[in-house]
Design a binder for this molecule. Structure first.
Ligand code: ZN
Length: 510
């Protein structure tokens, strides 16, 4: 076996899985493959799809060994790792395992060059294995050349394809492959995997630091290991979350905390100063907004008493601070900030000057955050809340019409003169509650279909169903409708608004 010249090997290489059991996060694909191997039902072509770094080529190479190893485990299908075949493949010296990177060999000649040997039996192994990485990069004629062999492959030929863009692989090729979709590896699993390797490397790290690295790797084992390797170069006894944040270019938590506080307090000058400091230290405008959004999400969880999501990235100190900050705001206020920052993030992503755009977002948020909620203001200052109290959830029609007077106003404002006339002169009100009205037909002034018409009108107007019926029981006479504007100004909400904002002029609106 070839010994590495350098004592140091990249983590990704050093810890490349040598057995199916070592591979993380791809249990289903591994089960399908090992079953296929044991039952000899794999077919002559296997295609691995998935994002970068999830283990496509690793799995293809592992499969190449499992296919050809004469001492393969009959149950688990694991290659032995020690026989001549295994060691020659591991050392890239096996003539019967041919690997080609289609990203740099896209042409028909490249494909022909390796396929020309197809008719000849394998030299040393049971199979001739072709591993073609990034297979979607092949040209159309190269795919056609490949297809000829794929249609009638010699029994000893095995194709293993890997691709990040399966949509670019022709249907004719896809239909001849066993397709295995590899999933991005979950954050928890990646963090656990990194922790195992860190232990082997005698690398001490705070547990949350692994989570941070795993998140940044976005499901890629290769990226996770390369990040871990970079972290190992920091060279401290115990790596902290702060070290890792710096490594990843994430802004310092305490600065983010100050920034958010200043913004919520409406201190625009301080907000902009802090934001500029963060950006001058290398934080990207986008990253700052993403972190603000994460903080707002945490604050909402505190407010609605929902559990925090597991892989939370903030330290205990920051969480405590966010909790305090949340208690000074209401759910609508935090939602408003969320809307501003989400919209802002979209703007920053497409902006030619992301930093300027992010400043505008913070200014906008800063001017909105300190505004009190109208609802809270009214509740504090009035009996408005009590007046609304009778509407319980079982009466689901507080949709703008809460009294029979309002029914009449609505008819008036929509110029339903005939219907209004029939009701005021030909009907009596037996009972009213939102969603249900009972009328008594008073003489011949109202046509029989008045309830149906009124029901239709109210349902359309409020968006919820209204039942209107005639009753034999007599009711109260219907008083003619007042001027809508006057009436609206008598409503509790309107009264409160006038009291709170003396001099306010209310438009009755219709
Ligand atoms: Zn072997």
């Amino acid at each position: 076996m070839v010994q590495p010249l350098l004592a140091h090997r990249a983590f990704a290489l050093k810890y490349r899985p040598q057995l199916f059991a070592d591979l993380i996060g791809q249990d289903l694909a591994v089960r399908l493959l090992t079953n296929g191997l044991v039952k000899q039902s794999l077919g002559s072509a296997v295609l691995f799809t998935g994002t970068r770094g999830v283990g496509k080529t690793t799995l293809a190479r592992l499969l190449a060994r499992a296919l050809t190893c004469p001492q393969r485990d009959p149950v688990s299908a694991e290659p032995c790792g020690t026989c001549e075949t295994c060691t020659s493949i591991l050392g890239d010296q096996q003539l019967d395992v041919i690997e080609m990177d289609a990203a740099s060999h896209t042409g028909v000649e490249d494909v022909r060059a390796i396929l020309d040997a197809c008719p000849y039996k394998p030299v040393a192994c049971t199979h001739k294995v072709y591993i073609i990485d990034e297979v979607h990069m092949l040209s159309k004629s190269a795919f056609n050349a490949l297809l000829k062999t794929l249609e009638e492959p010699p029994p000893y030929v095995q194709f293993l394809f890997a691709t990040t863009e399966v949509d670019r692989v022709p249907e004719t090729v896809l239909s001849r492959c066993l397709r295995l979709d590899l999933r991005p590896v979950e954050t928890d699993l990646l963090a656990q995997h990194m922790a195992g390797i860190a232990q082997k490397e005698h690398l001490e790290m705070e547990p949350l630091a692994f989570t941070l690295l795993a998140r940044a790797a976005r499901g890629s084992v290769r990226d996770a290991l390369s990040l871990l390797e970079r972290a190992s170069y920091i060279g401290r006894d115990t790596l902290t979350v702060l070290d890792v944040r710096a490594l990843l270019g994430l802004s310092d938590e305490s600065r983010l905390e100050d920034l958010l506080t200043a913004c919520i307090q409406g201190e625009t000058v301080t907000t902009l100063r802090l934001l500029r400091t963060l950006c001058s230290e290398g934080a990207s405008a986008k990253e700052v907004l993403v972190q603000v959004l994460q903080a707002l999400h945490v604050m909402t969880c505190f407010l609605v008493e929902a559990p925090l999501i597991e892989d939370m990235l903030f330290s205990e100190t920051v969480l405590a601070h966010l909790k305090g900050l949340a208690q000074r705001l209401s759910v609508p206020a935090v939602s408003r900030l969320w809307a501003i920052f989400s919209k802002g993030l979209e703007e920053v992503m497409v902006s030619p000057s992301p930093e300027l755009s992010s400043e505008m977002v913070f200014v906008r948020a800063g001017y909105t955050a300190p505004l009190p909620d109208l609802h809270a203001l009214l509740q504090e200052n009035s009996s408005f809340a009590e007046e609304r109290a009778p509407y319980t959830p079982e009466q689901p029609a507080p949709s703008g019409i809460h009294s029979f007077q309002e029914v009449l106003s609505a008819l008036e404002s929509r110029k339903e003169v005939l219907l209004l006339e029939q009701i005021t002169h030909g009907a009596q009100l037996v009972s009213f509650k939102p969603g249900a009205i009972t009328l008594h037909q008073n003489g011949v002034g109202a046509a029989q279909d008045v309830p149906a018409k009124l029901s239709k009108f109210l349902s359309q107007r409020t968006g919820s169903p209204w039942a209107v019926t005639w009753s034999a029981e007599e009711g109260a006479p219907v008083t003619p409708v007042r001027e809508p504007s006057q009436q609206r100004l008598q409503e509790p909400l309107a009264k409160q608004v006038v009291e709170l904002f003396p001099g306010a002029v209310l438009d009755s609106g219709t």
